[in-house]
Design a protein around this ligand. Structure first.
Ligand code: ARG
Length: 463
């Protein structure tokens, strides 16, 4: 059996419990791509500064190719002494190429190595989630354009408030997701600097070239303080926060799809491919996918809270506690990815019942429009609100809509009302009247669907 790389000063091997609690290979082998990329850049730099000869560098490169191939095809064998991905890769590389492998770790520590790997992972995760969110936003913009003029009650307190359109409602979802895209871009920006060269904590006496490794790895710059370089995990917290907000949005969209697909609402019919059945009730068609968009948020909040608790109170610099950053990071990424894909599939296979939505725009949802019409005829808002309220009470008592009340009775309460005013209260005209910027009118919604795509394209990196 091979020995631990650090075995030199030890006379006993670790007890089983220490081995078990200390090892991260069970979950961090997932970072092998980032780890090998980092090591390749480090080796190229060691060659450039004369630590590795040309021949040694060539041997190491071939070794990396071989280790990479084993990992990619799943034939890589983890050794009992492999504590983590970093040691596993170096151990296997040295088995394959011999002595040059023993020079690779020159001027480097696992502390700056892991910080580098995790930063590279976060950058890739941000890019991936932004692309997946873009798919959902595009689908929403398409649906919004299609349903720009389809009336739907806008709810406050889950009570019908005033009519909006389905397109306007959906573009509100798109706004949430566009902010998520921006949050992941911001997270990426802060993550994309290289800590490599910080060493264990204070840098190195070897004249390593940090700028070279940083640019080879696609980083925008280097960290300025080696103590901070190895102990900063703010960028993981940033990612977990961005993922938590994204999942909050997923949960709100999921909840609306759950409510809307109930028989009571019947605003949407979800396709068979995105719903499930019941093992007992043959009639059931359950919106499990939408429920899990709602339900998966909790675990991502847990990931964020867990890592905040782990990092709180840690002294500088690196502490092994920080190894606990990976599982929440991976979980939050996998969950967010899955949720975005589920949301896209749900919206691709949903048919909206626009007649049913239109029919739900009743129950005096034009009372505010009546008050505003009176204001346009010169009445102070508070007086208009009062008169409209009294007309609602009368209409409720008669079980009719406001515009169905006889004009003379309306005029007793609201003397400025006339036939024209009552005609202005029809559903289509009150929707069309919301011309204010950011408002509900079909014209505005159509324009907003177009500008949503333009804003999305501007927010995405050129690929
Ligand atoms: N597996 C460790 C982690 O994920 C790598 C760094 C270990 N450093 C050390 N000095 N033991 O944090």
């Amino acid at each position: 059996m091979s020995k631990h790389a650090w075995a030199g000063r030890f006379s006993e091997s670790p007890v089983e419990a220490l081995d078990a609690i200390n090892k991260s290979i069970g979950f961090d082998l997932r970072l092998w791509r980032e780890d090998i990329a980092g090591s390749r850049a480090h080796a190229r730099m060691l060659f450039a500064i004369g630590i590795l000869s040309d021949a040694e560098h060539t041997q190491l490169s071939a070794g990396f190719d071989a280790v990479e191939a084993e990992l990619a095809e799943g034939s890589f064998v983890v050794d009992p002494v492999d504590e983590d991905v970093h040691m596993a890769v170096e151990r296997r590389l040295t088995e394959l190429v011999g002595d040059p492998g023993r020079k690779l770790h020159t001027g480097r520590s696992r502390n700056d190595q892991v910080a580098t790997d995790v930063r590279l992972f976060v950058v890739g995760a941000c890019d991936d989630l932004r692309q997946r969110a873009a798919v959902v936003i595009r689908r929403i913009a398409e649906l919004a354009e299609q349903h720009a003029g389809a009336p739907l009650p806008a709810y406050t307190h889950l009570q019908r408030g005033m009519p909006t359109t389905l397109g306007h409602h959906m573009l509100a979802w798109a706004e949430m997701l566009l902010r998520d895209l921006d949050r992941f871009a911001d997270t990426r920006r802060r993550a994309n600097i290289s800590p490599l060269g910080s060493g264990a904590c204070v840098g190195s006496s070897i004249p390593i070239d940090r700028e070279q490794t940083a640019s080879a790895l696609g980083f925008d710059g280097i960290t300025a303080n080696s103590l901070d370089g190895v102990s900063d995990r703010d960028f993981v917290l940033d990612f977990l926060y961005a993922a938590s907000v994204l999942m909050t949005h997923m949960s709100r969209i999921g909840e609306e799809l759950v409510i809307w697909s109930s028989a009571e609402f019947s605003f949407v019919r979800l396709g068979d491919a995105v719903t499930t059945g019941s093992s007992m009730m043959p009639n059931k068609k359950n919106p499990d996918g939408a429920e899990l968009l709602r339900g998966k948020a909790g675990r991502v909040f847990g990931d964020l809270m867990g890592l905040l608790a782990t990092l709180k109170g840690l002294p500088l610099t690196y502490n092994k506690d920080m190894q606990e950053d990976k599982e929440p990071l991976f979980d939050a990424y996998d969950t967010s990815r899955l949720a975005l894909d589920m949301c896209a599939a749900m919206l691709a296979d949903a048919s909206f019942n626009v007649e049913r939505m239109r029919a739900a725009c009743t129950g005096h949802v034009n009372a505010t429009d009546l008050a505003e019409a009176l204001v346009r005829r010169g009445l102070p808002l508070r007086t208009a609100h009062e008169q409209s309220g009294r007309l609602v009470a009368l209409a409720v008592a008669r079980d009719v809509e406001i515009e169905e009340l006889p004009l003379d009775e309306v005029q007793e309460i609201a003397p400025l009302a006339d036939k024209q005013l009552l005609a202005e209260l029809s559903l289509d005209s009150i929707v069309a009247n919301k011309q204010v910027l950011g408002g509900t009118s079909p014209e505005r919604v159509r324009a907003a669907a177009g500008s949503m795509i333009a804003r999305l394209n501007a927010a995405l990196p050129e690929t």
